[in-house]
Design a protein around this ligand. Structure first.
Ligand code: ACO
Length: 336
């Protein structure tokens, strides 16, 4: 039977470190507020006046993952790129990344599922591998948020959360009878909650995609979020989808060695862990260093968890989980 195995990971963040105190220089916020409400201490943003998109960061992360896998770009037979901040309106960042890798016919697929982009991407990669459509897949999550954030006090509830970054995973299909690889996945969305977290403009549904009569600092050009509504939804849906994915795999919470959640807010992940009665030290956090890097967040956490020896040994069972704009939420259970 074919199983989808994570062979290697890579990551990249820009070199401009932005602390909470740095943010307080240009908006009414404080290190204390941000740490207390979110756990975030710093994030990385691309340097000002630098042209760098999600595919550029994704490229750096991909080179690291490919090198660790011992693969060349030509070994890939499919590329999946998850992002909510594509480099340009179209074509997708997957195509841009593919060209940077020196390829000219490898298929690419962009995924627009925001914070659950990696989960949707991993479930898609697993389906491609199990159906025999692909054998060696590069899955990338990459975001450049900083160029699209409202850096005035008006946007402080959202702007303090987000960081730029990318992470990549090489996934290989292997033939084995062992219970390893992607054991189960569960994905959901509820578009009724789209207004709870969105960037409305530019909008192709309008007579003018970029309305001529609006100032360029109109609030609709920036992400807006009903933070408390999303918080409540997350602490309800994350335990539910955990139960669902475990049932699909025929396993229990005790079988999980490490939970790697989307890094949206440390308080959400702590509340989720308490609900599950899961040991706090088996839930991985790196939001302190990177903020919310959206599609990059889970693979970036996986990369660091593996580097720190927190997971990666044969038999380690890891639960990936997250909820974000869409709303979308889901979980993938994986065994090394
Ligand atoms: N600095 C200082 N004060 C702030 C800031 C800030 N950065 N942001 C908001 N405030 C103020 C508000 O104006 C409000 O003031 P008021 O009481 O005078 O009106 C007060 O702080 C409390 O605001 P709340 O929004 O109620 O704060 P809350 O405790 O809910 O925390 C937060 C806000 C951190 C955004 C939280 O709601 C959250 O994390 N929500 C979920 C976020 C999430 O998971 N998003 C999905 C993933 S992202 C994606 O999919 C792309």
């Amino acid at each position: 039977m074919k199983q989808s195995m994570i062979k290697s990971t890579g990551m990249a963040v820009p070199d401009r470190l932005v602390t909470n105190d740095d943010l307080a220089q240009f908006m009414d916020t404080s290190d204390e507020w941000i740490r207390q409400r979110t756990g975030i201490e710093q994030r990385y943003w691309i340097p000002e006046d630098t042209k760098m998109g999600a595919a550029d960061l994704g490229y750096e992360a991909s080179l690291m993952a490919l090198e660790k896998a011992g693969w060349t770009p030509e070994d890939l037979d499919f590329i999946i790129f998850a992002t909510l901040s594509p480099d340009i309106m179209f074509p997708g960042s997957g195509c841009l990344l593919q060209a940077k890798l020196g390829l000219n016919s490898t298929p690419t697929l962009d995924i627009r599922q925001q914070c659950t982009g990696f989960l949707y991407g991993l479930a898609t990669a697993d389906s491609y591998i199990k159906s025999g459509l692909a054998k060696r897949i590069l899955l990338v999550g990459g975001e450049v948020h900083s160029t699209g954030l409202d850096k005035s006090t008006r946007g402080r509830d959202v702007t303090v959360l987000f960081g730029d970054g990318a992470a990549a995973v090489c996934i290989e299909g292997i033939d084995t009878d062992d219970s390893v690889g992607v054991l189960a996945s569960a994905l959901h969305s509820d578009g009724n909650f789209a207004p709870a977290l969105m960037t409305e403009l530019p909008a192709s549904r309008l007579p003018q995609r970029i309305p001529f009569d609006l100032p360029l600092d109109d609030a609709r050009y920036f992400p807006v979020m009903d933070g408390p509504a999303i918080f409540k939804k997350a602490v309800r849906m994350l335990p539910q989808v955990t139960k669902e994915v475990l049932e699909k795999a025929g396993l229990g919470v005790d079988n999980i060695d490490l939970i790697i959640p989307h890094q949206a807010n440390m308080r959400i992940n702590q509340a989720y862990g308490e609900f599950l009665k899961f040991p706090a030290d088996k839930i991985f956090h790196n939001i302190q260093k990177y903020g919310n890097t959206t599609a990059a967040s889970i693979p970036l956490a996986l990369h660091e968890a593996m580097e720190q020896g927190r997971c990666g040994k044969d038999g380690d069972t890891v639960l990936f989980i997250g909820l974000g704009a869409g709303l979308t939420w889901g979980s993938v259970l994986y065994r090394f």
